[in-house]
Ligand binder design. Structure first.
Ligand code: NAD
Length: 352
């Protein structure tokens, strides 16, 4: 028997099609009267239904959200917020826009309503990663956790297929690592396995037809479940390695997760055999690491660090950084082992 401690994060979730229409009601529920609407360059148009639904509650807009939440962008948004005396934050976009909302909330204690358009899952976590002078730091606090998340599948229909695939695998990575986390528990296990099944069946369907609303809804629900896993238990080697590759080698977030996941699974498999069997069953395959690799290939996603622009010469340094401090992981972390993993990932070798 394995004991556990379970603690949930209180987020109100509104899920469906056309749910953007409820944003005004949800803002009012939080006592908001003057909204600052946050977005990024590629969701400016997708934000129109949010503007329409907010009506007179919309006080100001800031559409400069950027990857990795640079503090200078947060500073600019804070000025807009103060100038318009906003009392509530509404954000539409991916993890980058959610990051900006969280950065503002932790500085002002204003409530947040998030409308996600990717599958990163940040909207349900109390974690914020910020960059200052190129240095990324991460912190966690209840003030960072958004109060309300409105998932509207209609807002995700325009997300390009390539981004949908890598973002979907990013969500799968949260679910995979939750299953072998030291804090693993029955609720998180159930959410993680359901998320994996939904991602495995919805990604090929939406690659074949990006306007397939049922596939998009399946994937969006998986994003919520996987994000909740990420918020509830600790992550292992995969997230550590992706954090290192993103932070120190400037590799793109979701693409890096997509390339690395099958290789970390293959590395951890000998020390997590039961978990890998459950993941394989959820994927509808017999071997979990190669099953994820095959899914990525089927969906046209990236499979090698080489195609993401990383140099093979950087592998030893990356392995050194990723093993500098110990952290929980099913299999012991050795520098040689991680170097070998990264070499396989650089070449894009099929695991198994
Ligand atoms: P992102 O928000 O940068 O979005 C990815 C790309 O998709 C961007 O180019 C964006 O403009 C585009 N996009 C988003 N929605 C679109 C739409 N509807 N139509 C067209 N294009 C659209 O990236 P992401 O992968 O969602 O999030 C990554 C960021 O989130 C990273 O900074 C990562 O560290 C952070 N993150 C944080 C947590 C957490 O718990 N703190 C969890 C996951 C990710």
């Amino acid at each position: 028997m394995r004991g556990f401690v379970y603690s949930a994060h209180p987020v109100r979730v509104v899920f469906g099609s056309g749910t953007v229409a409820q944003v005004r009601e949800e803002v009012a529920r939080l006592g908001g009267k003057r909204v600052l609407l946050l977005s990024g360059p590629s969701v400016r148009d997708a934000a129109q239904p949010v503007r329409d639904a907010l009506g007179p509650l919309l006080a100001a807009e800031f559409d400069g959200a950027a990857m990795h939440t640079p503090v200078e962008v947060t500073g600019q948004a804070l000025e807009v917020l103060a100038e318009h005396e906003a009392d509530c934050l509404v954000a539409i976009g991916g993890g980058s826009t959610t990051g900006l909302a969280k950065a503002l909330a932790v500085r002002t204690d204003l409530p947040q309503v998030i409308l996600p358009t990717t599958y990163a899952g940040s909207e349900v976590t109390p974690v914020l990663g910020e960059t200052d002078n190129g240095r990324k730091t991460t912190r966690s606090s209840p003030a960072i956790l958004p109060e309300t998340v409105i998932y509207d599948v209609d807002l995700t229909l325009g997300l390009p297929v390539a981004v949908s695939v890598t973002s979907g695998v990013n969500a799968m990575a949260h679910a995979v690592e939750a299953l072998y986390a030291p804090q693993a528990n029955p609720i998180v296990d159930g959410m993680a396995l359901d998320a994996i099944t939904r991602i495995a069946r919805s990604l090929p369907a939406l690659v074949d037809d990006p306007s397939d609303v049922d596939a998009r809804a399946d994937l969006l629900q998986a994003a919520w479940l996987a994000g909740t896993c990420l918020a509830t238990v600790g992550m292992g080697l995969h997230h550590k390695l992706c954090h290192t590759l993103g932070g120190s080698f400037d590799l793109p977030h979701a693409e890096t997760h997509t390339v690395i996941l099958p290789h970390v699974m293959a590395y951890n498999a000998p020390a997590a055999t039961e978990v890998m069997t459950r993941i394989a069953a959820a994927l509808g395959t017999t071997d979990a690491p190669s099953g994820v690799h095959d899914l990525v290939v089927r969906c046209g996603g990236p499979t090698s660090l080489r195609e993401l622009g990383m140099s093979l010469d950087d592998v030893p340094h990356a392995a050194e950084l990723a093993t500098a401090k110990p952290y929980p992981n099913p299999r012991e972390l050795t520098r040689e082992g991680i170097e070998d993993l990264l070499r396989q990932a650089w070449h894009g070798t099929r695991p198994g």
